[in-house]
Design a protein around this ligand. Structure first.
Ligand code: SAM
Length: 231
């Protein structure tokens, strides 16, 4: 009996230590990303232009404007300088848009670019919102977050029944592999996480999304899913 109690205590302590380590990893990653973002916000539109040549803007526009139903309330998780936010506002005039980012500098840059948008500073792993959105979208953000499952769960939680999630992130193709290697060197040690299509599908299904669709190319993976029931 004593041996069983000892092993149970040992296992529970192990789990506790593990969960603390994971929390610390996520916190440290957020801290490093915020530090990286401080120096990047002003230059980011240039980077957007560069990846625009590779079809980034086209891919966002097609995904956002191609939804089966026009959303009334839109959440852009990790808005950066607001590229996806502006596309949503063009595609769905009258929609109420909330743009969230970890970085005050990126939010400031997005604000400077104009538009009637509500800006919120916050982290994707603990969205400071209620289940009140018809579209929760996130482009180029999951690669910066240490707990991808939690981010996808939060996007699911932010949606009303029938709401849609759209998420694009770097895949395991050449550009993802390159960034995984280069990003930590140029960002003061922030990690760059990449995912296969299968991993992303599983994250969405485990978060409770239905009608999960996964497409992709050499640069990244686009996932969509529908929130069918109230959680
Ligand atoms: C590569 S940019 C993408 C910006 C924009 N979505 C786009 O596609 O142009 C990544 C953005 O995600 C933000 N970000 C990174 N980690 C985040 C987190 N855990 N929570 C919220 N925003 C985060 C960064 O501050 C940055 O603005």
């Amino acid at each position: 009996m004593k041996i069983i109690r000892f092993f149970s205590l040992f296992a529970r302590t192990g789990c506790l230590i593990l969960s603390h380590t994971m929390d610390d990893t996520a916190r440290q990653q957020e801290f490093r990303v915020q530090k990286w973002a401080r120096g990047q916000a002003r230059a980011y539109p240039l980077w957007l232009r560069l990846i625009g040549w590779m079809g980034y803007g086209r891919m966002m526009r097609r995904a956002i404007a191609g939804l089966p139903h026009a959303p009334r309330d839109v959440l852009d998780v990790g808005t950066g300088t607001g590229a996806a936010t502006r596309i949503a506002m063009e595609a769905y005039p009258g929609a109420r848009v909330v743009a969230l980012d970890l970085s005050p500098e990126f939010l400031e840059e997005a604000r400077r670019q104009g538009g009637s948008i509500r800006f919120v500073q916050g982290g994707a792993a603990a969205l400071p919102v209620k289940a009140s959105f018809d579209l929760a979208m996130s482009f180029g953000v999951l690669c910066h977050t240490a707990d991808a499952a939690q981010v996808v769960r939060e996007m699911r939680r932010a949606l009303r029944p029938g709401g849609q999630a759209l998420l694009w992130t770097r895949g395991r193709g050449p550009s993802g592999q390159l960034l995984r290697w280069v990003f930590p060197l140029t960002s003061g040690g922030a990690e760059f996480y990449i995912y296969s299509r299968r991993e992303l599908r599983r994250l969405f299904e485990e978060a409770g999304f239905a009608e999960v669709r996964v497409t992709g190319d050499a640069h990244g993976v686009l996932v969509s899913g529908k929130a069918t029931v109230q959680r």
